[in-house]
Design a protein around this ligand. Structure first.
Ligand SMILES: [Zn+2]
Length: 109
């Protein structure tokens, strides 16, 4: 029996060998947003807070560090078959449409 790795669709599990395949990459990251601060906050001594953060990091194991990092940034990459690409495309298009519709509704009220 041949020991060979196959690429599979992340959604339906179909083999992608010889089929058109698509890559779906999703970046999920914290939106920094506007920073609301004051001049007093900027010039304040932040040394104790930085030392506390460093101490906290030193006492975290690798899993805890990865969990904290994932709150800030995560990247997911999936291989999809053409049928699942179409389904994901439709779901993303619907989400984008709803988001745009909601933004338009809010701007009119
Ligand atoms: Zn699929």
């Amino acid at each position: 029996m041949e020991d060979r790795e196959y690429s599979l669709c992340a959604c339906c599990g179909a083999r992608l060998d010889g089929m058109p395949a698509y890559t779906l990459r999703v970046d999920l990251f914290a939106d920094g947003g506007p920073i609301h601060t004051s001049e007093a906050e900027i010039v304040r001594d932040h040394g104790d807070e930085i030392r506390w953060l460093l101490s906290r990091l030193e006492h975290m194991d690798e899993v805890e560090v990865c969990e904290e990092e994932s709150r800030v940034f995560e990247r997911f990459t999936f291989s999809l078959c053409s049928r699942c690409r179409r389904d994901v495309h439709g779901a993303l298009r619907d989400l984008a449409t709803r988001t745009i519709d909601r933004a338009c509704e809010e701007s009119w009220h």
